[in-house]
Structure formats: structure tokens, C-alpha cells
Design a protein around this ligand. Structure first.
Ligand SMILES: Nc1nc2c(ncn2[C@@H]2O[C@H](COP(=O)(O)OP(=O)(O)OP(=O)(O)O)[C@@H](O)[C@H]2O)c(=O)[nH]1
Length: 322
């Protein structure tokens, strides 16, 4: 599999087996003791030495890698990384270099993994190790675990734990971005606020656990009612939800609000494992930025909030919009 990968990328044969020369060198013996994945390349990127840790990182036997070009293993459609590595190597010919670490995807052959994400740093080896040719030490650090952990932390930082919707932080970030798009492209942007009516009474009557189940179910109902992937639904506060609707006119936002309200009203309290049937209603405020109606995103948010409180003060269970 690895040879197929390489032959796809290059018609070149492995370069003259200079690596045989280095195989028993003290450097080669030394890197084999290291826990870090280390690859030694020449100025063209040809792999002259590597240790077992790097071979196992890529899931490719050492002998198959020796003599091949490290750049052929780099996966980068733009070619920017290859250029960067080549430039670093060229610079290394002029003097000692130590490139800042960069994130690279390398071809691999590990079970069902055909690539591995690593942080690569390149430094020139002192002449004493290099004989006639300049050699470079590439240290590869596996980022797979780090990336998975980062992804999971990012998800947690942006998500409301109870409902799985976006949290307020993510809401603010997304609104910022969409406000800029709305200003630049002169397209509408709508906000919907949704607040459960008399939720304190619900909690008092059925308890907080049932209250949590109710919030979760309403979150799911909102999610399932969203028109497209650009719409962001967030839990804005305790029993309040908020939606950002990019490129969405006032009329479309109002129709969506009506749909969500209908779907929520179809939820029966029996679904929250309660014996008694009682009505669950929400109040909503809908505001749209169009024709520069608001001078800031805060103005837009205030408008949606004021409309929500108008809906509450007019008797709840209704939608207010301009
Ligand atoms: N179960 C549960 N309750 C919550 C959570 N967050 C906030 N609440 C409750 O939501 C209720 C909100 O009460 P209020 O702000 O008085 O609003 P309300 O009773 O819905 O009345 P109106 O909004 O005026 O219709 C409080 O009882 C909070 O304890 C939560 O995560 N879980």
C-alpha cells in the first residue's frame, strides 16, 4: 500500500543509496535510542536515516522509507507546505537553521489510517554529523491525540451541557461573524428569542429533574425545526433559547417562529414522564437587521429582547415582531 502511495506521487526512483553510508554511523545509532520520532533527510528531502519510533508512527517499515523523499509523504493539495520545507532546507544550506514547528499531514499505513497529523520541526545538523552533504534532523510529534482532545474541548467550550445546543459564548461569537457578513454583503440577519412561559411553576410542580427533561426536549424540538445548517440555535440562559438566522428576511424568520411555536405546543408534558397533562407554551421575539435598521448587533439583540418581553407582558404564548 505504501509503495502504491509513493508511486502515485513520484516517478523518481529512490536516490543513490547514500543512506547505506550512514546506517552504522554514530548518529544513526543515537537516534535509535530516542523516544521521539526522528527522520534525517538531505537537502532534497531524501530520507537518509530514521529511527524505529518514526517508522512505527507512520506504520511503514524503516527499509521502505529509507531512500524515499519525505516531501512525497506530505499531504498538502496547495503545495504550500512542500514549498516551506524546501525553502527551509535551502536556507539551511546557508547556515544553521531551526524551523518553527509546523503542522503537517503525512501519508501513513496504520490499520485503517492512511494519514497521520504531526508537528514537524526541522534543524540543520552540525557538519560533524553530515560528512560532505548537509543533513537535517526532522522531529515528528504525533498530534492525533492532541487533535482529538482539542476537538473535544472545543466542543465542550461551545456547547450547552444540558441541551446539546450552542451555548451563549458560541452564540455571541457566531452573531459577531454573521453581523459582519450582513454589513459587508448587505444581506438580512434575523434573531429569534424563545422563552418558556411560567417555567418556575413547571419546576415547582414537577421538580427540577422533569424541568431539565423539558428543557432538553424543547432544545431538540428547536433543533429539528431549523431550516438549514447556517442557522444557529443556542441556549441563551436558564429557560431562554436564541436563534441566529443569517441571510434570513423578517418574513421568513416570522414563519420559522410560528413553526417552532407550533412544534413546541405539540409536545405534551406526558413526554417528560409526567402523569398529569398540562400545557407548555413559549413567548417569542423576532427582530431583523435590514436596510440598516439597527446600528449595531447589540441594537438588534435589544430589539428581539424587547419584543420577547412585549410578548410576555401581552399575556405570553405569542410571538411579537416589528
Ligand atoms: N429545571 C431547570 N430549571 C431551570 C434551569 N435554568 C433555569 N431554570 C428555572 O427557570 C425558572 C425561570 O423562572 P422565571 O425567570 O421566573 O420565569 P418563568 O417562571 O418562566 O416566568 P415567565 O418567563 O415570566 O413566563 C426558574 O425557576 C429557574 O430555576 C435549568 O437548567 N433546569
Amino acid at each position: 500500500m505504501f509503495s502504491t502511495m509513493l508511486s502515485k506521487n513520484s516517478n523518481k526512483k529512490p536516490t543513490e543509496k547514500l543512506f547505506n553510508f550512514y546506517q552504522d554511523s554514530s548518529l544513526s545509532r543515537m537516534i535509535n535510542f530516542l523516544n521521539e520520532a526522528v527522520v534525517v533527510i538531505d537537502a532534497n528531502g531524501t530520507i537518509e536515516m530514521l529511527n524505529s519510533t518514526s517508522a512505527s508512527l507512520l506504520g511503514i517499515e524503516k527499509d521502505k522509507l529509507l531512500g524515499h523523499n519525505l516531501l512525497e509523504l506530505v499531504i498538502d493539495d496547495t503545495g504550500k507546505l512542500q514549498t516551506y520545507v524546501i525553502e527551509s532546507l535551502d536556507a539551511g544550506q546557508q547556515g544553521l537553521i531551526s524551523s518553527p514547528p509546523m503542522e503537517v499531514n503525512l501519508q501513513a499505513d496504520k490499520g485503517n489510517k492512511t494519514q497521520v497529523c504531526v508537528e514537524m520541526s526541522i534543524s540543520t545538523l552540525p557538519e560533524a554529523f553530515s560528512s560532505a552533504n548537509t543533513l537535517y534532523l526532522c522531529i515528528l510529534r504525533d498530534l492525533t491525540l492532541h487533535k482529538a482532545e482539542y476537538g473535544s474541548l472545543l466542543h465542550k467550550a461551545n456547547t450547552d451541557y444540558l441541551t446539546g445546543l450552542a451555548n451563549r459564548h458560541r452564540f455571541a461569537e457566531y452573531l459577531d461573524k454573521q453581523w459582519d457578513v450582513c454589513e459587508q454583503d448587505d444581506v438580512p440577519l434575523s434573531i429569534i428569542f424563545i422563552d418558556i412561559d411560567h417555567f418556575k411553576d413547571f419546576n415547582d410542580q414537577y421538580g427540577h429533574i422533569a424541568g431539565d427533561r423539558c428543557l432538553k426536549r424543547i432544545g431538540e424540538t428547536i433543533s429539528l425545526s431549523l431550516p438549514n445548517r447556517d442557522t444557529l440555535a443556542a441556549r441563551y440562559g436558564g429557560e431562554e433559547f436564541a436563534l441566529v438566522l443569517p441571510r434570513c428576511s423578517a418574513q421568513t424568520a416570522q414563519l420559522l417562529a410560528i413553526r417552532i411555536k407550533r412544534h413546541i405546543s405539540q409536545l405534551s408534558t406526558r413526554q417528560f414522564a409526567l402523569s398529569q397533562e398540562s400545557e407548555l407554551t413559549v413567548s417569542m421575539g423576532v427582530a431583523t437587521q435590514m436596510e440598516n435598521r439597527y446600528s449595531s448587533k447589540e441594537g438588534l439583540l435589544n430589539a428581539a429582547d424587547t419584543l420577547l418581553y412585549q410578548a410576555k407582558s401581552q399575556g405570553r404564548d405569542q410571538i411579537c415582531f416589528l
